[in-house]
Design a protein around this ligand. Structure first.
Ligand code: ADP
Ligand code: ZN
Length: 439
């Protein structure tokens, strides 16, 4: 079997004892640094009655107050920073999916570390210095484009910074340069795959992609299978968020594709029950809370990501010893409550992707009729299904309706729509139209 290079074996393969010892030392430094340098943190720690000297073992992290998106908003733009703006060499911001964007900044030292983290991440996804990597993440304030850009350069790959949008040009370069790596959101990869097919481009000839590094939004195993087949590549998931640095917090190895390795020498992870905020047992799902251990410009203590995942410490086949987090099911605020039932779009995607005759383009539409909430699932059918007799479509509709009812415990109206009718996204896909908020 092809063995990919481990970029930094010292840390990626460190034993647990070394990881824990390093985490504790760096946590103590980080907490003291935040307390001394950022008045906002000092005030929060004082209010919680905790001093940096109280952190004597790793478990003491639980004495520290959380940081949330609201803290970033309250201190907009630079109130959480530990250095004056002149010491920053880059500023980014979050995409602002759920409100006013949060602002983040990097010193030279921060950027160096972040680039190393990304070099590890792209290496474990299979990328080497022989690859031609097309970055179809947006460049700009979003951390995705620039983040991957420098990580890929550090491993020596040839970077094609095409950015998001302009699909004609994307595909022209992909064919003409013979790009071997695609960096994008999974939903945009699914769209590109559709375009490849429509234009009659041949896999293995026109399109020679080997690796797809996808992230920035939730997706399912079924979606991975579809993208892999339709683009002829091997796809891995990677996770991050601006508040913690951007992409690179964790990523899958291409060998096992079984959970995203967390760079544990640089991040402490916790998985907490979102209500009680107590740690859940290993392997169980909860809210991911992360403390980066390396940030000079913007220390962040116990950041509540609102993303739901689980983490395992079981050793991985690839040889790395770091903890692995499961696919993110969604953020707690992506969760829809429909007639008292909790619904994540990824649950619906799971059903759609395992059912033949559907395409990867779908939308959940929630409306209120009188006092009753209704869920409609709009999904484009495949070209093949569309040309079938009407009876076949009815069978598909009934099948989806039954499966969705089983998985959600809620009935949903299935609306099969013609291919090419739902809006395509160039970045993060919008999977939900909640009309209840508009009425
Ligand atoms: P915003 O919070 O405005 O969307 P970011 O661009 O920083 O800004 O997005 C970070 C969020 O994107 C994460 O909190 C998570 O919800 C989502 N995300 C990132 N990568 C993944 C992934 N691989 N799987 C699922 N969700 C992801
Ligand atoms: Zn692995």
């Amino acid at each position: 079997m092809l063995q990919h290079k481990i970029w930094d074996p010292q840390w990626e393969c460190a034993d647990r004892e070394t990881i824990r010892r390093t985490q504790l030392a760096r946590l103590q430094e980080t907490v003291a640094y935040a307390y001394d340098r950022v008045p906002y943190y000092k005030a929060k720690f004082d209010a919680a009655g905790v001093l940096p000297a109280d952190i004597r073992c790793l478990e003491d992290i639980r004495l520290l107050p959380f940081t949330t998106k609201q803290d970033f908003r309250d201190t907009y733009p630079f109130g959480l920073f530990a250095v004056p703006p002149a010491e920053l060499i880059r500023i980014h911001s979050s995409s602002g999916t759920t409100g006013k964007p949060t602002v983040v900044g990097y010193t030279k030292h921060d950027l160096d570390t972040w680039v190393e983290i990304l070099a590890r991440m792209v290496s474990q996804a299979g990328v080497t210095d022989r690859d031609i990597a097309q970055i179809s993440f947006g460049y700009g304030m979003f951390t995705g484009g620039f983040g991957l850009h420098y990580g890929l350069e550090r491993v020596g790959a040839t970077v094609v910074p095409v950015s998001s949008g302009n699909t004609d040009r994307q595909l022209m370069f992909m064919v003409d340069f013979q790009s071997t790596v695609l960096i994008s959101t999974p939903s945009y990869a699914a769209y590109l795959a559709e375009q490849v097919k429509d234009r009659g481009l041949k896999l293995g000839e026109d399109i020679v992609l080997k690796w797809g590094l996808f992230g920035a939004e939730p997706w399912t195993e079924g979606m991975r299978q579809r993208i892999q087949t339709s683009l002829g590549l091997s796809a891995t998931d990677n996770y991050g968020m601006s508040e913690l640095c951007g992409p690179g917090v964790s990523g899958e190895c291409e060998i096992a594709k079984s959970g995203m390795h967390i760079a544990e020498d640089l991040f402490i992870w916790e998985v907490l029950d979102p209500i009680t905020r107590e740690p859940v047992p290993e392997g169980e799902t909860g809210e991911l809370v992360v403390t980066p251990l390396w940030k000079e410009a913007l220390p962040v203590i116990r950041y509540r990501t609102r993303d739901l995942t689980s983490v395992t410490l079981e050793p991985c086949r690839c040889g790395r010893t770091t903890a692995r987090m499961s696919r993110v099911k969604g953020r707690t605020d992506d969760m829809l409550i429909i007639r008292g039932v909790n619904v994540f779009p990824t649950q619906v995607e799971h059903v759609l992707m395992e059912t033949e005759g559907t395409s990867p383009h779908y939308l959940l539409v929630v409306t209120r009729e009188g006092s009753l909430d209704t869920l409609e699932v709009w999904v484009e059918v495949s070209e093949k299904m569309f040309s079938e007799r009407i009876g076949k479509m009815h069978e598909l509709q009934a099948l989806l309706s039954k499966k969705i009812h089983t998985i959600l415990g809620l009935s949903a109206k299935i609306k099969l729509v013609e291919p090419q009718t739902l809006e395509r996204s160039q970045g993060k896909a919008k999977r939900v139209l909640d009309k209840r908020n508009l009425e």
